[in-house]
Design a protein around this ligand. Structure first.
Ligand SMILES: *Cc1c(COP(=O)(O)O)cnc(C)c1O
Length: 375
């Protein structure tokens, strides 16, 4: 027997430290066994789908699939810059904002460096931090809201990134601009503050800002946005970041040269141009969100006030009435919502806002579940 390479003989390749601590992200389920018709309200997708103009652009792009996409996504960055009044050279596009989050972790976290976020913050922060060899650190929330003082108290000399989803998924709560500025003011200038504004278009609050102003006036704030939620292009994977010059330069070095695919770029440009479609989706989502929250409250359930396209609904701990029971009941009725154990909220379900019919079907099913409790 020849001893080929002694050191690793008999051992399988091992991922670097941190990777095996990741619980792989589980997306929202999309089918219920046995149900005739399913209503999928588990992934905060756009119930109305993308603008027909975006679909047209996608189909036109199908003729050019043998071409590489524009690696610099110049048309898309120009369209975003025009729409929001931004400097196109400081926009970086990604395969979903998830990719931007992952790239920021890869680029800014050395092994042992800490990324900080609030207790019920978006799950990708933990996954991307661990994948990069970093250490995820969470700060407690107050009443399911990110708590600026609690976050600042968790900053150490190893902190490199602070993630704030504003509004947050899955809680739906938001921080007013003054609080975000207070958070920023309390961070060392070498700490990157990432404002994840995936749901910015669904906020109707005078004291809210997505982060454009803060990015423009500082060297250490990044804002991320997505085409997956309002624009209904989750399946194509398009997101973007507005960055200080230095951060844009770093992201452009570490991203894949063709990270946003060709049909995705074309569809996103067309989606942005169809402001009528986007406005209609936002208005209708917000109207149905309000009606759904009222109806759930009338059933005696606690609903966290939401600025997103979803509601976090809390169920009793009594056997037969729990979130797990509700989820099983809804599944039998063909309604798919999101369990929250992975977010440390086992007593709650997250329900995305669907079309008027989908939302009504879900609420009718929840009402039947609650009626089944008896007196
Ligand atoms: C959905 C979501 C994203 C990711 O969206 P992409 O599809 O990757 O663009 C980012 N942040 C939060 C808080 C989200 O809920």
């Amino acid at each position: 027997m020849t001893d080929g390479g002694s050191a690793g003989a008999g051992r399988a390749p091992a991922a670097r430290p941190g990777v095996m601590e990741i619980s792989a992200y589980v997306g929202g389920a999309s089918g219920a066994a046995g149900a005739a018709r399913t209503v999928k309200l588990s992934s905060n997708e756009c119930a109305w789908g993308p603008s027909p103009k975006a679909v047209e652009a996608f189909e036109a792009a199908s003729k050019k699939l043998y071409r590489y996409p524009d690696g610099g996504a110049a048309d898309l960055r120009a369209a975003i810059a025009r729409r929001f009044g931004l400097d196109a050279s400081r926009i970086v596009c990604g395969a979903g904002s998830d990719e931007i989050i992952s790239l920021l972790c890869q680029a800014y976290l050395a092994p042992g460096d800490e990324a900080l976020y609030s207790a019920h913050g978006f799950l990708m922060y933990r996954i991307s931090t661990l994948a990069a060899g970093g250490v995820p650190v969470t700060a407690p929330e107050t009443d399911l809201h990110a708590d600026v003082d609690a976050l600042l108290a968790k900053v150490t000399d190893r902190t490199r990134i602070v993630f704030l989803a504003n509004p947050n998924n899955p809680t739906g709560t938001y921080l007013p601009a003054a609080e975000v500025r207070r958070l920023h003011a309390g961070l060392r200038p070498d700490i990157l503050l990432v404002l994840d504004a995936a749901y910015a278009e669904f906020v109707r609050r005078n004291d809210y800002e997505a982060g454009i102003e803060m990015v423009a006036t500082s060297e250490n704030v990044v804002m991320t946005r997505t085409f997956s939620k309002l624009y209904g292009l989750a399946g194509l994977r398009v997101g973007w970041a507005y960055c200080p010059e230095g951060v844009a330069d770093v992201l452009n070095r570490v991203r894949g040269p063709f990270n946003v695919n060709l049909p995705a770029q074309a569809a996103a440009v067309a989606a942005l141009a169809d402001t009528g479609w986007a406005d209609k989706v936002a208005t209708e989502t917000i109207r149905l969100r309000g009606l759904a929250a009222e109806r759930l409250a009338a059933l005696g359930l606690t609903v966290t006030p939401s600025e997103g396209n979803f509601l976090l609904v809390h169920f009793p701990v009594t056997a037969g009435r729990t979130a797990q029971d509700a989820d099983a009941f809804l599944q039998r009725e063909g309604v798919i919502v999101r369990r929250m154990e992975g977010y440390g909220l086992p007593g709650a379900l997250r329900i995305s806002i669907g079309t008027e019919e989908e939302t009504a079907a879900c609420l009718d099913a929840v009402a039947r579940f609650v009626e089944g409790w008896g007196g």
